[in-house]
Design a protein around this ligand. Sequence first.
Ligand code: OSB
Ligand code: MG
Length: 371
Amino acid sequence: MKIKQIDSVEMFIVRLPLVSPFETSFSVQTHREALLLKIVSDDVCGWGECVTSPDPYYCYETNATASHIIQDFLIAILTAMNNFTIEEVLQNFEQIRGHHMAKAAVENALLDIMAQKYKIPLFELMGGTPQKIMSGISIGIQESIDDLLESIQKAHDKRYHRIKIKIKKGKDIEILKKVRRAFPSINLMADANSDYTLEDIPILKKFDEFNLMMIEQPLNYDDIYFHALLQKQIQTPICLDESIKNLNDAKTATELGSCKIINIKQGRVGGMTASKKIQAYCMENNIKAWSGGMLETGIGRAFNLHLQTLPGFVLPGDTSETSRYFAEDIVDKPVILQPDGSIEIPKGAGIGVHVLPERIDRLKVFYEKLV
Ligand code: OSB
Ligand code: MG
């Protein structure tokens, strides 16, 4: 089906307090400032969430760069088109280099519209299989080991399918030792967010004794080659996050042996369609994939849930329940874990969550009508 024309485009930034600060090796986040797009086309309203933050500490894109690219380039391209498919939009977006998160946000909204036009859930439009989605939680660096053990205990009681802890240099071996002593058999992994270098190989080798599912992004955020050298020297499977920005990066990493696992964040790789291609490549090339998170609101998380119905997503992702992030979200229904720790895909056409205008209105710190 084609989209006839774009009727309106609105951009919001909402600021939601996190239930607790989220500390990584690169920053401490106390709020999620989410850039949202509301696009109306052929009388259907679609939503997209841009996974950028206000700061460029995870990657170079920020809410400011994304709103610039969306407003001055992507929406300009979009509104110049008539009677078009989403594939044609993505082709036209290729002229703009990088800025994947900005592109993904626009594609999000168009996919939500398209699925609603067909009156089917987004996963069906994507070619996924309806199923329960596995859950996972990402626990930030804590003040004390007791705080960390308590957070892990809570997540374990909720039956999260795997637990990821954030680590950094100096907050690693001793912590992992204590976590493993307290929880000898949980599915555990560690995310370093690029805090190590090859000089740290003696430390990174010690991770092998903790039976981790993987270590995520140990080395530089844009490195692929040195991760291959590291993987040869450690047993713990390496998972790449920051370094994989597109299918070509996934191929390079696979051919070099830089990782055994890839964290696919739909925003980081340029959207749902790009993610689908990467998961297919991973499946064919014996790389395990999972869906990462960026502390999304219920809008972005709905996209991540639909994405995980594709067969390449064989490991639990960073998809947690709403209450782990926010006291109140901007959508209904909130994500909750089932008694077995799984998550149901939102029902209904499109992304299947209902965006609450009153909440957006109350939490917004920026608004502009672009079209
Ligand atoms: O490295 O995976 C990461 C959040 C923000 C930026 C980077 C990362 C993360 C997370 C949280 O780990 C994942 C989530 O629960 O959304
Ligand atoms: Mg990560």
